[in-house]
Design a protein around this ligand. Structure first.
Ligand code: GAL
Ligand code: ZN
Length: 672
């Protein structure tokens, strides 16, 4: 009897495209995979035409052959549904499945994701193909699970504005608002004569002559996210029904914004993520290490559980132009970083650099020649070191000390009106994340509907859209003893993206923060000097992008402005409320200012890191029951040192010398 949805023994894999290579080569590849410790292969996610060369004519023989060859070498398979690449025969027959951009132009065939995800005809073909594929592989003992489509939302920046999506949007709005009067009210359509007499009059947001309605845009972005979630659900329903023994996952992309990943991953067995620390087209990673770590913590946070990497960088990146080459040791350190943040399995993209198509320069473990070289050896060594521990690590995650509130709605609203031209929601969150990360404090990203009370510290930047329920959540979190950080641009708008007028900023949260903000300044091309009140702090501090000109109503001022017409006004405040403390940071603090404020925040919250380390060294913890594993990873090409705070009982189970890391070296400790 087959065990239901068991993927616990799979830890390292590759993405493989047998259809790109001569049949005679396959066995050489598979033998090399086995030799390096590969246990799982993902396949199929772009090969619709190979599976259905003509309408209704399914051909899975080639895939059967690949699956059984892998099986003979003890390697399991994840099948991707190939719905990211509809074939030419389908697009020619139904050109209306091509997506329409904001200019109203249909995009053409020849890339990928040239599909409209609301189109009913397209959905029919997707359903038929997924049904045929699932039925064919349901009982194949070598198939472990499924990936739906590929990076849903990717390539869909401003798609799709077609008539089918227009009808879907109208239906979505009708369900949400019930009456067109309610829609007019929520969108503030009295402005510029935008009233609608019926839902059928509403447009998709094609490019306008000038300006757009912020409320309509917010609903549009939420609709697009829901559409992608629904598109995936169609496939999930089919696979669940036909393949109850298989797991289902999807490869997300960290902070990509098109679809709400909390929603997208809810019906999945686990979340997966595609991790490219070398960046797209070569931004070197050193400056991006914080974002890479955050990507992984974000992925873990989607479902609050361990996850997979479905694509881990395995060489230089590039399409038309290329990024720099990862230096020896670096690919292994990046892969270990994924494990350290909670990946149970790391699948490398791709097995071999491709000789055909768009991605010829997105390098694989093997070079174009197919001969194993330095990347093969390096990753093989890394797999050899971590493999003995992966079964035990399975399912473990850090017990995070801090939660950073992440909301796609807040992000969308800030994208629609950034206010300051350089204000970016994710970048703002990552500033706070970076302060915790460098102190080796484990962090979760938490939805604003999620449970806050399990974190001694909650940081909630840019709480721009506010509802009574969310405000009450923050009140009760602090009342019960939490330490909360709120920032500039909080409580500005209601849930429909309309400015609130009943109180001064930050609205009802003013009572929690003990402040009021009757006036503010947008810092265009200027920073404003700030100083600490009372206690002396070393350094020169600045407010960047924004100044909230705060009036104290019970809070204490921690820092105040030194310049401009509001010199002397508080810029950062601290208030006690119930059993807790709330900080209000009325600006984007310069690096030094943020560091100094965070020192106080962390002291209030009683939160400290798992250790200290030289710059470029990352310390991470995974826990399961009473067991703990601590990782130390050197992301630099220099020797580096670190120290674990509560090292008592820690046993080094992989690595050489406690506390001292060679360039790109990885240490793993275990503690019972
Ligand atoms: C990912 C995608 C892969 C491949 C890779 C390199 O985003 O899922 O299919 O395109 O990037 O470009
Ligand atoms: Zn469409």
């Amino acid at each position: 009897m087959k065990k239901e949805r068991d993927w616990s023994g799979l830890h390292f894999g590759v993405d493989y495209y047998p259809e790109h290579w001569p049949r005679e080569r396959w066995e050489t590849d598979v033998a090399l995979m086995q030799e390096m410790g590969i246990q799982v292969v993902r396949m199929g996610e772009f090969s619709w035409h190979k599976m259905e060369p003509r309408e209704g004519e399914y051909d899975f023989a080639w895939l059967d052959e690949a699956v059984s060859l892998l099986g003979r070498y003890g390697i399991s398979v994840i099948l991707g549904t190939p719905t990211a690449a509809p074939p030419a025969w389908l697009v020619n027959k139904y050109p209306e499945i091509l997506p329409m951009d904001r200019q109203g132009r249909r995009r053409g065939f020849g890339g990928r994701h040239h599909d409209c995800q609301s189109n009913p005809v397209y959905r029919r073909y997707v359903e038929a193909l997924v049904t045929a594929m699932a039925s064919h592989f349901a009982e194949n003992p070598n198939v472990a699970g499924w990936q739906t489509d590929n990076e849903l939302g990717n390539s869909h920046g401003d798609l799709c504005m077609c008539p089918s999506c227009r009808r879907s949007f109208q239906g979505w709005l009708e369900k949400k608002y019930g009456t067109v009067e309610a829609l007019n009210q929520a969108w503030g359509t009295a402005f510029w004569s935008q009233e609608y007499n019926s839902f059928e009059e509403v447009f998709t947001p094609l490019v306008t002559v000038t300006g757009e309605n912020p409320s309509a845009m917010l609903d549009w972005k939420c609709f697009c996210s829901d559409l992608v979630v629904e598109f995936q659900q169609v496939q999930i329903d089919i696979i669940r029904r036909i393949c109850p023994h298989h797991f289902i996952t999807h490869n997300c992309m960290g902070f990509a914004d098109k679809v709400n990943y909390f929603d997208l991953t809810r019906p999945l067995d686990f979340a997966s993520h595609d991790q490219y620390p070398g960046g797209y087209y070569g931004k070197m990673p050193f400056e991006d290490n914080v974002r890479m770590a955050a990507n992984l913590d974000m992925t873990r946070s989607f479902k609050g559980q361990s996850f997979w990497i479905m694509e881990q960088q395995s060489g230089m990146t590039g399409w038309q132009i290329m990024g720099r080459s990862p230096v020896p040791g670096q690919l292994a350190a990046w892969a270990a970083q994924s494990v350290a943040h909670g990946a149970d399995c790391v699948v490398f993209f791709r097995w071999r650099s491709c000789c055909i198509g768009t991605e010829q320069y997105w390098h694989g473990i093997l070079p174009h020649s197919g001969r194993p070289g330095r990347r093969y050896q390096e990753l093989k060594d890394m797999i050899g070191k971590l493999s003995p521990h992966m079964d035990a690590l399975w399912g473990s995650i850090p017990r995070a000390q801090a939660g950073i509130v992440f909301s796609y709605r807040q992000e969308y609203a800030i994208q629609i009106q950034p206010q300051h031209p350089d204000l970016n929601y994710v970048t703002q969150l990552l500033k706070y994340y970076g302060e915790l990360h460098k102190r080796s404090i484990p962090v979760d990203f938490v939805e604003d509907t999620g449970e806050l009370s399990r974190y001694p510290l909650v940081i909630a930047p840019l709480q721009y859209l506010m509802t009574n329920a969310l405000a009450e959540k923050y009140f009760s979190y602090v009342r019960e003893g939490g330490t909360l950080v709120l920032t500039m641009r909080t409580g500005v708008k209601d849930e429909h993206n309309i400015c609130m007028s009943d109180r001064e900023l930050p609205g009802v949260l003013g009572d929690l923060c003990g402040i009021e903000i009757p006036d503010y300044d947008c810092l265009r091309d200027v920073n404003v000097k700030v100083s600490f009140v009372g206690e002396k702090e070393d350094g020169v501090f600045f407010a960047e992008k924004w100044s909230d000109i705060i009036t104290l109503l019970g809070a204490e001022a921690l820092a105040s402005y030194e310049e401009e017409f509001y010199a002397g006004a508080p810029c950062i405040t601290r208030n006690t409320y119930g059993k807790g403390v709330v900080y209000y940071i009325g600006t984007e603090p310069s690096q030094k200012l943020l560091e100094a404020v965070m020192n106080r925040v962390l002291a209030d919250a009683g939160v400290s890191g798992i250790g200290s380390a030289d710059e470029g060294v990352e310390l991470n913890i995974r826990q399961k029951g009473q067991k703990k594993w601590i990782f130390a990873i050197n992301h630099t090409n220099q020797e580096a040192r670190y120290q674990i705070s509560d090292g008592a009982g820690c046993k080094l189970v992989s690595g050489e010398k406690e506390g001292l890391l060679q360039p790109f070296e990885i240490h793993l400790y275990q503690k019972e």
